[in-house]
Structures are given as C-alpha cells and as structure tokens.
Design a protein around this ligand. Sequence first.
Ligand code: GLY
Ligand code: MN
Length: 448
Amino acid sequence: MFSKDIYIQRRRILASRIGKGIILLPGNREQGMNYRDNHYPFRQDSTFLYYTGIDLPDLVFVMDLDGGKEYVYGEEQSLEDTVWTGPLPSLLSMAEKSGVGQVRCISSLKDALKGGSAIHYLPPYRADVHLLLQSWGISEKPSVELIQAVVLQRSYKQAEEVIQIEQAIGVSVAMQRKAMELARPGIRESEIAAQLQAIAVSEGGNLAFPTILTVNGQFLHNHASHQVLQNGQMVLCDCGAENQMHYAGDLTRTFPVSGVFTSRQKEIYNIVLNAHESAIAALKPGILFKEVHLLACEQLASGLKAIGLMKGDPKEAVAQGAHALFFQCGLGHMMGLDVHDMENLGEQYVGYTPDLQKSTEFGLKSLRFGRALEPDFVLTVEPGIYFIPQLIEEWKATGKYSDFINYEAVEAYKDFGGIRVEEDFLITSNGSRLLGTPLSKRIEEIES
Ligand code: GLY
Ligand code: MN
C-alpha cells in the first residue's frame, strides 16, 4: 500500500468534487472457477484499490459525504476462516492503513443505504456485483458524475504511481527478453508463455492481461498458444506484468524464430517501426491522440504504398478508412491500475470528450483513446500491420477501397502474419518519456 496520506488526499479530492450524497464503491469478490471454493486468483477492483489500497475480497467502501464519514463494510475473519487460511490482517488494521475511520458489518449496509441520500456508484462489470447492487435496489443508474470524477482523478498519474508502473514495465521487459531468448524452432508457444507468467508471478504480481504469444500475430488478441515454432515464422509477443500494487506494464515485440528476419519481414517491420517512431515524436500536451493515431496510419499507408500494397494518396486512403485492412485497431490506450485503464468506466468517458465522440467506423471504433494529451497521462503506443486472410478475401471480393489497395500484391501476403511494436509513455510538460528500461526494437538490435 501507499502511505495513508495518499489515500486520504485522493478521497478528499473525490469528496469535494461530488459534494453530497453517498459514494458507494463495492470491491471485488472471490469468483469460483468450477465450484464456489475453488477461486480464480483474486483481483481487487481498481477504483476500490485507488481510493483505499485494501486488497481483500468481499468489502464495500462507503463515503457518506453528508455526514462526513467513511466506512469499510465487511466481516472480520472468524476462527473457522482462520482454520482454512491462517490468520490474515484484520479488516480494522487494513482500514487504519488507508486512513478510513471505521469498519462496519456488511449485513448493516442495506439499511444504511435507505436514508434517501443520492447514492453514487460506478457501472458494475461483474455479474455478482451487479446482483449485489440489485439486492440493495440500486442497479439501474450508475452515476455519471462519479464516473467523470474518478476518470478526472485516475487519468493523471501521481509520481508514486509512475514508480509503480515503471516497476511493472521492468518486469514486462524481463518477460519480453525471456521470450526472445527461448524462441527457437521446435518449441511450443505455450512453453514460452508459461515462462513469462512465471516471471510475473515470481516478482510478486501476476499477468496484467492474458499473454498473446503467437506465430499468428495477425489476429489482434489471439490467446491460443498451441503452435510449434518453425524457421521462417515470426513470434508476436504482447505481454505485461502487473506488480504487487497492481500497476500494469504492456509491451509488444515481434521477432523471428530463426533469429534473423527475412527481407520481406524486414520491410514490413520497418514500416511499423517508422509509424511507431513518428507517433512517439508527436506525443505532447495538447495534441489529440486521435491525430497521433491518424498520423501513424498515414505512415503505415505510405510505407505500404512504397512496397506496392497500397496506392493513391496515403492521407486520403486513411481519411476514407482503407488502411484498416492492415491496421484494424487503435494506436494505444491509457495504462495504470488496469492495462486498459478505467475501460470499465466507459471508453467515451475515459478516452473522449463531449466534443469528441468515439467513431463507429471499422478501425477507428477500436481507438480507445482519442482525446487531447495532458501531462501525467500514461499511455501505450502500439501500431501494427496485420494481414488477416479472411478480411482480405472479404474486402477483395467486394472491391472495397480498390482505389487504394492493390489486392493482387496483397494476395501474396495472406500467409505473412502480423507485426506490432508497443511501448509505454508518460506525457510530460513538453513531450513524452519512455517508461521502463528500453528494450530492443530495431531490427539489428533484435537480431543480435
Ligand atoms: N496488451 C493488449 C492490449 O493492449 O489490448
Ligand atoms: Mn496495449
């Protein structure tokens, strides 16, 4: 946990922004995998963690703004619980560490919510929390005011948080290095993926998201890792650790199984790397991340034009959406306590503004973050080129964007796979800073 002053200060700011009523933050509960007592690893809700730091299941945090009181609702461990788990820190001691005055029994919460005050809660993303809210008669109207206040606070990373994020990225770098070290013909993808998870767990944390480690990197979130690596293939490894404090890292590298890229792979790799670097150079306060995304798309389109896969004016191609045959997703996302930070609160609230609505177009609709950058934002930059045979066939059959796409040339790339390069950045007062230890990304560095 951070020192209690940090949590007290965070709550003070939240309270002053919401003003009156009750703020209700349910923590997460244990989830049975196949029967009740065989749990998935417990992961606390990130907003609950942000305001309390308490990493225990089955709690609810309540701020009574009218009465000026704060409570952790839960149950102290019983002797019978201790028989199974051994002694755990008492709820009261945890509440004290986060500067919360009082602990109350969870069974008294329902009545405490009946006073008629406005109850502010966030949209639940787990069914059991939804049911819990329903049992209190309040599941229908999450508080937009609370969503906006939480987003406003969590978007600006405090110095202490940046230290945690860099630590998580440090572990993620070690995972990436291990993947490059282990990759060789004959090894199965899952054997490598397992070693990456071992690093994250041995550092006291866990995976920040399910690892993507695949020779079929053309599929953006391909979690299947059953293939045996072969010479000539590339591995796309998108992995990240969350550290003990649950801050995330998120890195992607694409590297050749043989240790040496083919000339065709080099060509595409360098187009992606060029887009990546152009995007990084553009990061600074004030610029819309959507503009940075479009700039990267234009770089991808001109690179693809230079090797004959696209044609026409790259800017126009991107304006019309033709590049999305090769880059179907967004350039990046915020990162913090969640790898896609605060995505549960709604992408429109986190990544957009009332004046900048999220697009519904294929490609742009997957840009989770489009708004103007500000100092202390942390985000990823992750352009890629993905040759998805099914998509190519569909677009080719309907002649989609045929002014911009040279389908005959693209045909030869249907077995190519995908390339992504991803790093994490802090926006500073005049630009950006790469977070974590630098990890090889140029062709010569990766090969060596
Ligand atoms: N690392 C997976 C993602 O950013 O979606
Ligand atoms: Mn990412």
